[in-house]
Design a protein. Structure first.
Length: 237
């Protein structure tokens, strides 16, 4: 539990346990929704074993601090907000179509989805197209900011799809994406997926929007991996 959130809740409400917990939940869900929309999608809960790789020494590093919208918070809360907002969670394979747009600064790349399996939310069919966001190049926001979008080299991904968001982006649905590699979902600052857990090196390679430098920038903050089976189980709840 976030101590700052709990303190704020206690300060603004009578010390009734139910009132405090309600206020805390409301505040954190609002924060989760802002994070979801900023990343162009939603998140999933991934409870259970975390597979750790180290950067040479075998010792995992500490999780990053929140910065530029990549707030470190429980993925379960992100996923609960995604369900409440009616976003769609899918497992699929994706390939870039070659179309791009940059109407308001960030670069968007269009992706076509195949082999779609819907986990929750409104149905998305194979053949549908969505937009991925590249928040900045290497000259953009610093460490801790969203580093864009990453997915597996064979196209395997976990996607959380939002309808049109009024943020100056292109018309159409936007997808927050995470790679699926060898039965693991790979979390990083690409999509602002990081949770309050140790991070580690990940050997890659992973696919990215051309010239986005997303993998390198995500690697600076480290990766977390969670079993796909856990994601699937919680996505349906």
């Amino acid at each position: 539990m976030d101590v700052d959130d709990l303190t704020a809740a206690l300060a603004s409400h009578t010390p009734d346990p139910e009132a405090v917990l309600t206020a805390l939940q409301t505040k954190r869900r609002k924060r989760a929704r802002r994070r979801i929309l900023a990343a162009g999608g939603a998140a999933v809960v991934a409870a259970g074993v975390i597979t750790l790789w180290s950067a040479g020494s075998g010792t995992p590093t500490a999780p990053p601090a929140a910065a530029d919208g990549c707030a470190v918070m429980p993925l379960q809360e992100d996923f609960a907000v995604a369900r409440e907002e009616g976003f769609t969670v899918v497992l699929a394979k994706g390939v870039l179509t070659g179309r791009s747009a940059s109407p308001a600064g960030p670069v968007y790349a269009e992706m076509r989805l195949t082999e779609v399996r819907n986990l929750s939310g409104p149905e998305i069919r194979s053949g549908s197209t969505v937009w991925l966001r590249s928040d900045a190049s290497s000259s953009g926001p610093g460490i801790g900011a969203s580093s864009g979008s990453l997915w597996a080299r064979d196209g395997s991904l976990l996607g959380v799809i939002t309808p049109q968001v009024d943020d100056g982006g292109p018309e159409g649905s936007v997808m927050r994406v995470a790679p699926v590699v060898d039965g693991q979902v790979v979390l990083s600052t690409a999509g602002c997926w990081l949770e309050d857990r140790p991070t580690h090196a990940f050997p890659g390679p992973l696919a990215e929007i051309p010239e986005s430098d997303s993998y390198r920038r995500a690697a600076e903050m480290g990766f977390q991996t969670v079993p796909l089976s856990e994601v699937e189980r919680f996505a349906s709840h």
